[in-house]
Design a protein around this ligand. Sequence first.
Ligand code: HSE
Length: 403
Amino acid sequence: MDNKIKIGLFGFGVVGQGIYKVLQNAKNAHAEISKICVRSLNKPRSVEAPAELFTTSAAEVLDDPQINLIVEVIDDAAASYKIVTEALRRGIPVVSGNKAMIARNLPELIELQKKYNVALLYDASSCGSIPVIRNLEEYYDNDLLLEVKGILNGSSNYILSRVFDHGEDYASALGRAQQLGFAESDPTFDIEGYDSLFKLIIITMHALGVYVAPEKIFTYGISTIHDSDIRYAREKRVKIKLVAQVAKVAPDKFTMFVMPEFVGPRKYIYSVDDEYNGVVIRGECYDRQFMFGKGAGSLPTASSILSDIMARRHDYRYEYKKMHYLDRPSYTTDITLRVYVRYKDTPIPELLPFSKIHEQYTSDESCFVIGDISLSQLMEHRQDINATDVFLANTMSFFQNLD
Ligand code: HSE
């Protein structure tokens, strides 16, 4: 790579503008933006950049021989896939923040990096400013890791915090998460758990060296949460958080899922509020470690992109070493969870095959059941639990002490 990093930037939305600002302050980065490719030249933007930097032609950026790094932060996964794969095929290294595109195409993206001997870095795709991926890749490069669990989505956490701690209603909290630039352009990705899911898939690749496709993973969000769930959680002195986790459940098996969870005050993630993310890493020998930081927003995400830009100065690339371990664990949904399911009209106790029921409550307004059920049964009954009168939350930790 030349001495100076010359960036072709794709996308000038919340994160793209953040990168522009961060680079202006990072004089020692020796990196500059040479071109910015956007969909529309006339869209009003709060950060001003010289007009000559802008183009609507992807080819103009990819063909520019001066440009030695592509930074891609657009929110259209299909367009992102085209740009990133084309750049890699041309041997141009890429920094991307597009978790949906990366999570859906990771095996192919790893192959392209190998085939064209080129790097794709994406620490910004997971947990905004928290350096999760590079730490999993480098520091945790051994098989002591047992679990990575946390709050990976800033918008849903922001909404839950506003509703829980400030008594705001759900819709206005969501509107504010959008205004503040935390939410995706389609916020259902945030509140239905898909954004957390994509991040979890990427994290799992770097934690265990295994790729699991999105459709194989149980994902449940917070859109059906109701006052009665919040009341119940308050009575029990717990908070409801949207939690993503990957955990080893036997020496050769691991499971992963995204769902709301009742989190007690002794847990690290209990105090992770607003748009912050928190990740607990658990392993043999060192028990637990906790990473905390801003998981969404223009400048926190841009700071992570800057870190990847700087990593390219040292020719850094992910090696995916764990993929080549001989004893990679295999994925299972054959585990039992203890879940709270609140419902009104959908006859949950009749529909879900609980192996044991611990608590049940019925009233005209709403009913709930707390029972043991396997993750594979929850996946089979997705349609029932996705009914609008139903809300589900995990009540169980694999590791019962603090996490
Ligand atoms: N919509 C995402 C979030 C942005 O709220 O966490 C950061 O990935």
